[in-house]
Design a protein. Structure first.
Length: 168
């Protein structure tokens, strides 16, 4: 959990930026980052070291994305609730969430993480099928994880006035 807190600090996520990140544009545009990163890394074959410019731009976009979009006009949609569920999950030591969610989240993180070695190896060896398998595991694992985060938020929002206040 310490790693996740460090990631939250790195991205500068506070109450304001979490709300900006709950904008559906913030959530959905992040799904393009990993495939574009794979293309940028692979592009070193065609454009050499210039590919690092694209890699750098994608890392910058990853960092700026949570604060790039404004607060959404409403948070009563899937993407916002997924972000809120992540916030609730990060606070599970303060207000525990149900064990069935914790088990599912662990499994989904394993699925997501299982894609990374395929992706890395495929990019190193320029093996397209490994890259595609890795991307599929990571992206679909993350989408399923976010869907679980919606469920977590829905289960927990009435247990905290703060959580309930996020939805408008």
């Amino acid at each position: 959990m310490k790693i996740l807190n460090k990631v939250t600090q790195f991205f500068g996520l506070n109450d304001e930026t979490w709300m900006q990140h709950s904008n559906k544009w913030s959530v959905w545009t992040r799904f393009f980052i990993l495939p574009l990163l794979a293309i940028a890394i692979w592009s070193h074959v065609w454009i050499g070291w210039y590919s690092l410019l694209f890699v750098g731009l994608l890392f910058f976009w990853t960092w700026i994305n949570p604060r790039f979009f404004g607060k959404p006009s409403t948070t009563k949609h899937w993407a916002s609730k997924a972000v809120f569920g992540e916030r609730v999950w990060l606070r599970k030591n303060e207000l525990p969430i149900a064990k069935h969610h914790l088990r599912a989240i662990t499994i989904l993180n394993i699925i997501t993480g299982a894609g990374l070695p395929f992706l890395a190896w495929g990019l190193y060896e320029l093996h397209i099928w490994s890259v595609l398998l890795g991307l599929i595991l990571v992206i679909f694992g993350k989408m399923w994880f976010l869907d679980r985060m919606v469920w977590v938020y829905e289960d927990m929002k009435n247990k905290s006035q703060e959580y309930l206040s996020w939805e408008y």
